[in-house]
Design a protein around this ligand. Structure first.
Ligand code: ATP
Length: 296
């Protein structure tokens, strides 16, 4: 299947600061694609480039297999920064302003208000909205004319847990309707909960990209001690399913394929004549893995 956007070797510097360094990845159609990275890693710069708000120093990108930029833009709804809605106007009237500014359909307002769950409050003044409702209205404005793709920069920033949950639910529903969604976020939790694919950036470099369930798997480790380390280490190295061994003092930390259990390790060692004095499964959180990746 043709990617929604193909990004190739994008670089961008602000004076001496290299914001993006040769970044390349494809966004599959129908995915919820997270661009994940700590503050200052280049996420906003990348979204601004693919939305044609900012020019890259090098590299290229192609929307929809190379569709002409004007036609492509009509298929993309975008929320890079909080739009300036008028405080004294209703959501319904504010959407009319957004539609005029973006040259999008004014007749589409009731549909998008329904999608973002604001139909009943459509005539309330914007200033009476909660932060979460304001953000949903902003996403509603980006959905005018039913785009194929939605690009969101940190959509849950500043929201309380309720507001965050509402936006998450909205993203899931939009995805079910077939809209491809690209989200920049510094929150691993957000990416893990809603995204199908991810690209991890650190200081402008792409660290890794792929499906979330392949790239962001948490690796459990099993700690083992017993007998003579010089015998124990090669013995365990030879055990099927043990993929990596790390030695810390007298403890061996094993990284194993999914189906290896502590019981199997114990039985294997006993069968080789080794009695273990310590055997412990340590769950490694994704948070730890993300920190390790981005701090390396
Ligand atoms: N207009 C600018 N002038 C100078 N430096 C900039 C400018 N915009 C961004 N930068 C720098 O480029 C780097 C990438 O910034 P960018 O905003 O793209 O990262 P980000 O991952 O979106 O960060 P955040 O999560 O904090 O928004 C940072 O070092 C930032 O300070």
């Amino acid at each position: 299947m043709q990617p929604i956007i193909s990004i190739k070797n994008i670089s961008k510097s602000y004076g001496p600061i290299k914001a993006l360094n040769n970044v390349s990845f494809d966004v599959p159609e129908g995915s919820v694609f997270g661009v994940l990275g700590p503050n200052g890693s280049g996420k906003t710069t990348l979204l601004a480039i693919i939305m044609d708000v900012l020019q890259a120093d090098g590299g290229s990108y192609r929307w929809f297999g190379g569709m002409a930029p004007d036609a492509a833009r009509r298929q993309i709804g975008c929320l890079l920064e909080t739009p300036n809605f008028y405080h004294y106007m209703s959501a319904y009237d504010n959407l009319a302003v957004s539609a005029a500014l973006k040259q999008r359909g004014i007749d589409d307002r009731l549909r998008v208000l329904g999608i973002v769950g604001l139909t009943e409050r459509k005539d309330s003044k914007f200033q009476s909205y909660s932060l979460g409702m304001k953000q949903r209205l902003a996403i509603g404005a980006a959905l005018l004319d039913n785009p194929k793709v939605l690009v969101l920069d940190e959509p849950t920033n500043g929201l309380d847990p309720n507001g965050i949950a509402e936006i998450r639910e909205l993203i899931r529903n939009l995805s079910k309707q077939g809209i491809t969604i690209i989200i920049a976020s510094h929150l691993l939790d957000e990416i893990e909960k809603v995204c199908t694919h991810v690209a991890i950036l650190k200081r402008g470099n792409l660290l890794l990209t792929g499906p979330v369930n392949e790239v962001l798997i948490s690796e459990d480790q099993i700690e083992v001690m017993g007998g003579d380390l010089h015998t124990l280490e090669p013995t365990l190295k030879a055990m099927p399913g043990v993929t990596r061994i790390n030695k810390i003092d007298q403890v061996l930390q094993l990284t194993c394929s999914e189906n290896v259990t502590t019981k199997q390790i114990n039985e294997y060692c006993i069968s080789k004549g080794i009695v273990l004095s310590h055997l412990c499964l340590r769950k490694k959180s994704l948070e730890t893995k993300f920190m390790e990746l981005t701090n390396k």
